[in-house]
Design a protein around this ligand. Structure first.
Ligand SMILES: Cc1cc2nc3c(=O)[nH]c(=O)nc-3n(C[C@H](O)[C@H](O)[C@H](O)COP(=O)(O)OP(=O)(O)OC[C@H]3O[C@@H](n4cnc5c(N)ncnc54)[C@H](O)[C@@H]3O)c2cc1C
Length: 422
């Protein structure tokens, strides 16, 4: 649907959050311009999972066919003990998630997911005005001399005015800084090794073959470390995320090239199958420092709104950062799409009211999983493992609440009481 007075929205950042927002806004009839700093649009070479709350948003945007083409469907969520690989708990995914939550739990290569979003934004006959995308367009300044027409100024000097400017420019958001939001960046003390291990190497080693015989989403729990892996592109790669204490160099530089040897060394005393798996990584291993944003419900300043990691960057310990950005996108578009020019301020206020608390709860729960995942062996670890066996989610956040998502049914967040983590 295209309202007669269609709004003009500038989205800064063409990551998964920015592109989902651009597509959702397009479908609500908004004229959208995406400004991306990188010379080419793309994503890091890694996997990503969308739980039903995010899959529901993407399917709602008409992407089911494309997602079916690129997805891999895990059949179970498996949790293993670090020392001997024994299974602590196994939760069925696959069909039972679709039956329970009305949408799937799927895995993808990030580049594939990013590509289908971009194609849909640019599709000449999709609903709403085609999204205008500019690369090599790093926003360096905001001109807010006309408060109702914020202007993004890019490094080469071009100016982009709109009714609303959305900062979807990631954890180190420039829009956030330029618009004067609080500095909420916090370092976790941890880092993630990321690697895509060729699936055929995993399949040909009898020690690791079990990892690709049936598709799982697997988490191994150990003292101070954990490991997540799942298959993407239906067996082409095993995507691995290995969390360990951060080195000073990676903390300083945020990211650094790493190696399979480094990962093997970090997990040398784990079940033999772990080093056997990690040793098969090629030379594309990278270490990422894990920063997060402290919970902060201030997401708008006049006609500037934040979305995704720019406002709620979280540790990846619920695998929800991009998924929450997708929920932001759906709600923002729903609110702005229903508003004419006179209703923009109310629409932005409703966007924050519907999203900030919800995403904040997920931020907190992701943070609590840091301790929950990394317990040393002992009474607390045994209590945790019992909880996992009861299938009532991780930390103190239930999957039922998380996976139902907020944009389409807007649950009563007040009903959930949590201690705010800082
Ligand atoms: C190890 C790991 C595993 C994860 N796994 C999952 C998962 O399974 N599921 C999930 O939902 N989430 C996951 N996440 C979280 C997820 O990756 C992020 O939350 C998500 O990518 C954030 O999207 P975004 O669009 O907000 O920001 P980004 O992806 O960071 O995109 C921001 C974009 O803005 C651009 N940009 C920056 N500054 C400017 C500027 N000044 N001008 C113009 N453009 C600019 C950047 O180039 C970039 O393209 C994981 C994170 C990590 C670290």
């Amino acid at each position: 649907m295209a309202p007669s007075q269609s709004l003009q929205v500038t989205v800064v950042g063409g990551g998964l959050g920015g592109l989902t927002a651009a597509l959702a806004l397009r479908q609500q009839g908004c004229r959208v311009t995406v400004l991306e700093a990188a010379p080419q649009l793309g994503e890091v070479g890694a996997g990503i999972q969308t739980a039903p709350n995010a899959s529901r948003v993407l399917i709602g945007l008409g992407l089911r066919g494309e997602m079916e083409r690129i997805h891999t469907e895990p059949q179970d969520q498996v949790r293993r003990r670090w020392a001997d690989g024994s299974i602590i708990a196994q939760l069925p995914l696959g069909r039972s998630v679709v039956e329970g939550y009305g949408a799937p739990y799927w895995h993808y290569h990030r580049a594939d997911l990013h590509r289908i979003l971009l194609d849909a934004c640019l599709h000449p006959t999709g609903p709403g005005p085609v999204v205008e995308v500019h690369t090599d367009a790093q926003v360096v300044e905001l001109d807010r001399s006309e408060p109702d027409r914020p202007v993004a100024v890019v490094a080469r000097g071009d100016r982009f005015a709109g009714d609303v400017l959305v900062g979807a420019d990631g954890i180190r958001s420039t829009v956030r800084d330029l618009a004067g939001f609080d500095d909420t960046l916090t370092f976790s003390g941890e880092m993630a090794y990321r690697a895509l291990i060729p699936g055929d190497l995993i399949a040909t080693d009898p020690a690791t073959r079990f990892l690709v015989d049936r598709y799982h989403s697997t988490i191994w729990y150990g003292p101070d470390k954990h490991l997540v892996h799942y298959v993407i592109r239906r067996g082409e790669y095993l995507n691995v995320v290995a969390i360990v204490p951060c080195t000073e160099q990676v903390e300083r530089d945020w990211t650094a090239p790493a190696s399979s040897e480094e990962m093997v060394e970090a997990f040398a005393d784990w079940d033999d199958r772990v080093p056997a798996m990690l040793s098969k990584a090629k030379d594309d291993v990278t270490a990422f420092a894990l920063y997060r944003r402290r919970r902060d419900p201030v997401w708008i300043d006049g006609r500037v709104a934040l979305l995704g990691d720019a406002c709620h960057a979280m540790l990846p310990y619920q695998a929800q950062g991009a998924s929450q950005a997708m929920e932001d996108a759906a709600v923002l578009a729903e609110e702005l799409g229903a508003a004419g020019p006179a209703g923009i301020d109310g629409a932005l206020a409703r966007y924050v009211a519907r999203r900030a608390k919800h995403a904040g709860l997920v931020q907190d729960a992701s943070l609590r999983n840091m301790a929950f995942y990394h317990l040393p062996d002992g009474p607390e670890q045994r209590e945790r493992d019992d909880k996992l066996r009861r299938f009532d989610g991780e930390s103190d956040l239930s999957y039922d609440w998380l996976w139902r998502g907020s944009p389409l049914n807007d649950p009563d967040n007040e009903a959930i009481t949590y201690q705010f983590a800082r």
